[in-house]
Design a protein around this ligand. Structure first.
Ligand SMILES: [Zn+2]
Ligand SMILES: [Zn+2]
Length: 242
């Protein structure tokens, strides 16, 4: 008795926990482990920004996030809220993978929150088999590509638990080793065809006068993969060398 609140009472309770005295309206109630406010709406726990969004807009399908343009995780000012469709590259994607992530606002990495292996890569069961979360993310967002065992899904962001499809690229084991070494993750000087710092300086110098087809030419010249050169060109590798 007394526990069943009307929806309007819940709304009153909600706004009682919000400070509207600044441009950002700050939630003072419960917070989840990712720093967003949470509120029991009578049916389920929901993020406070989603709760406010749905007070003013039609109910959202599950799997779509409401975020703040002000980047203030506790802000519920309706004019600072927007729907982030980008987080869901494919709306048919089972939410089992996408929902179990936290977005790092600084890097835009989608950090897998489930099981991780010793190297920090996420692991997930899918149709009865174990998968690495980065591989699954890549497969789900590149339907035409069937990953072979030889192919590796590498990270531009060098962040193993990240599953943001925009941060993933396909490589071979050799690319991955090259990538890891250039980012200082491992240092296997015995692996062949590794660029020296001097090579990278020269390559960067040449890339300043980039012409179409140049990555391939440089890859041939230095006997490395095209990806290795593209990564240098795009500033994803060898960030320490300007
Ligand atoms: Zn705000
Ligand atoms: Zn990332």
């Amino acid at each position: 008795m007394g526990k069943t609140l009307s929806f309007n009472q819940r709304i009153d309770n909600f706004w009682n926990k919000v400070d509207k005295s600044n441009k950002c309206w700050i939630w003072y109630g419960n917070i989840n482990h990712s720093g967003y406010g949470v509120f029991f709406n009578g049916e389920r726990r929901t993020s406070v920004q989603r709760f406010v969004w749905e007070l003013n807009n039609p109910k959202l399908k599950s799997g779509i996030c409401v975020l703040q343009t002000c980047n203030n995780k506790l802000c519920v000012n309706p004019i600072h809220l927007y729907i982030d469709n980008n987080r869901r590259p494919d709306k048919d994607t089972p939410s089992k993978l996408w929902d179990n992530t936290i977005i790092d606002k600084d890097t835009d990495c989608w950090l897998w929150q489930g099981k991780r292996n010793k190297q920090g890569y996420g692991e997930i069961t899918w149709n009865g088999k174990w998968y690495r979360t980065n591989r699954l993310s890549y497969s789900l967002t590149h339907e035409n590509i069937k990953l072979t065992e030889e192919q590796q899904v590498c990270h531009h962001c060098d962040n193993p638990p990240c599953i943001n499809p925009a941060h993933l690229f396909l490589g071979t084991a050799k690319d991955n080793a090259q990538d890891a070494i250039s980012k200082g993750r491992i240092n296997y000087s015995h692996i062949q065809n590794i660029l020296s710092e001097q090579d990278v300086i020269t390559i960067k110098e040449e890339l300043k006068h980039y012409r179409y087809g140049m990555c391939r030419q440089l890859a041939k010249k230095y006997n490395v993969t095209d990806t290795a050169i593209t990564n240098i060109k795009n500033g994803w590798n060898w960030k320490n060398i300007l």
